[in-house]
Design a protein around this ligand. Structure first.
Ligand SMILES: [Zn+2]
Length: 177
């Protein structure tokens, strides 16, 4: 399961495969990911576990962007305004990793997300017209601005377990902030 990198139900402003003419010069059959039209400064979360690389194209291309790579998948999150990550940092699904922005090439503030399947570190489906980028929408679960512990409905039998308290030294990597 992959989590949306954004809170709530963000507006998709450019879908996967959209605008083939625009992406033909790059050798793609269309848009190689998703664009979410979110205001600058929107928190961005790791959609899956992996090791992060922080890259900066300056005013061109992806602008400030992060690559999160695991043995079986890779995400690129682009056009950021800032990030707290450093190169080589391990991130876990749900970690807050950056703030969205409008760096690089684009018509306005948005988050671009490219997702690829890897096998033993090699991109799969490289001949699919998108250099292996995939439409990941059906596998992606939206991130609700809620906390399971506090906001879920509990059956009577389960209610006693609401009293669980975590020690101060326990880090819950997958907690949604
Ligand atoms: Zn895009």
């Amino acid at each position: 399961m992959i989590f949306s990198p954004l809170p709530g139900t963000p507006l998709i402003t450019q879908g996967f495969g959209q605008n083939p003419d625009l992406y033909a010069p790059y050798g793609y059959a269309g848009h190689n990911g998703f664009d979410f039209g979110v205001p600058e400064g929107t928190p961005v979360f790791a959609p899956h576990d992996g090791v992060a690389a922080v890259k900066d194209d300056g005013p061109n291309g992806y602008g400030l962007y992060i690559v999160i790579e695991a043995p079986n998948r890779r995400s690129i999150l682009a056009h950021l305004s800032q990030t707290t990550l450093v190169n080589g940092q391990t991130v876990y699904q749900g970690d807050p990793i950056a703030a969205s922005g409008s760096s690089g090439t684009g018509t306005g503030p948005h988050l671009h997300w490219t997702f690829k399947i890897l096998k033993n570190g090699a991109v799969q489906n490289k001949s699919n017209g998108y250099d292996g980028a995939m439409d990941v929408s059906e596998l992606t679960r939206l991130r609700l601005p809620q906390d399971l512990h506090a906001d879920a409905l509990y059956a009577g039998d389960a209610t006693p377990y609401l009293s669980a308290v975590f020690a101060a030294d326990q880090v819950l990597h997958r907690v949604v902030s």
